[in-house]
Design a protein around this ligand. Structure first.
Ligand SMILES: C[S@@+](CC[C@H](N)C(=O)[O-])C[C@H]1O[C@@H](n2cnc3c(N)ncnc32)[C@H](O)[C@@H]1O
Length: 227
């Protein structure tokens, strides 16, 4: 797979938001100057190939945002500390498309991460929901009392690849954060009261009654906003 031309203003904004979020996250948790190690697990459940092109320039995708944010946070946290701090991060990058995963693997190697592959960086060619239980076990195993300091980014393309039950399970870890992208415009555009729609929206806990209510709103002024 070659670096894809896939940047729209929308995905630019998304990448900037994620980068800003990570930049604020680490200073907020690394406040104890006596601490010398911070364990964390970063999960990118819909990771893509890691690099895109935009008008000839190469843009880093979310796996690289994670890796670079941790390295930067460690550098910043260590400036002015007597006791050095290590961020002991483990990364799980998942994508259902084989060529995306292979492209990402090649980009990681090119960027100097070969030594970390299969040690602290794990790649999965799978549906996120399939490997989610294994990743949870891994998080439980590596943090004290299963606290599970972790960040999940679930950047699905539409709105139905992540069951809300999965988000609930993530949030049962007391120190987990989860970002889920949700294409609400698509949900509204494809809304019908056919059984296949009902089946499609059941993982995101929309009942038949709610669906009919959404359909009533859909064409009213301001209805899309309400939904
Ligand atoms: C919006 S892209 C992710 C882009 C990436 N987060 C970034 O900004 O660099 C969504 C990715 O999810 C993958 N995908 C689609 N369904 C999936 C599933 N059920 N589980 C895991 N990956 C999936 C697609 O192959 C695609 O690469």
């Amino acid at each position: 797979m070659r670096a894809k031309k896939a940047q729209s203003p929308h995905s630019d904004a998304k990448l900037r938001l994620i980068a800003c979020y990570l930049e604020s996250y680490f200073p907020a948790i690394l406040v104890n100057h006596a601490q010398d190690r911070q364990r964390i697990t970063l999960v990118d459940g819909f990771c893509g190939g890691g690099r895109f092109t935009d008008d000839g320039s190469i843009i880093s995708g979310t796996p690289f945002l994670f890796l670079e944010a941790v390295a930067k946070a460690e550098r910043i946290a260590n400036a002015g500390r007597n006791k050095p701090l290590t961020i002991d991060a483990e990364y799980h990058f998942v994508d259902s498309k084989r060529d995306h995963v292979e492209f990402l693997r090649a980009e990681l190697i090119k960027a100097g991460y070969l030594d970390q592959l299969d040690r602290s960086i794990f790649l999965y060619n799978a549906d996120f929901e399939t490997v989610f239980p294994d990743i949870c076990r891994r998080i439980e195993g590596r943090t004290k009392r299963g606290v599970g300091r972790s960040i999940f980014l679930l950047d699905q393309k539409g709105y139905s690849d992540v069951a809300f039950e999965t988000v609930r399970k993530i949030l049962r870890f007391s120190a987990a954060e989860c970002t889920l992208t949700f294409a609400v415009g698509w949900l509204i555009d494809y809304l019908t009261d056919k059984p296949q729609t009902l089946k499609r929206v059941s993982p995101i806990v929309i009942s038949e009654e709610q669906l009919r209510e959404f359909l009533r709103f859909k064409d009213e002024q301001g209805g899309r906003y309400v939904i």
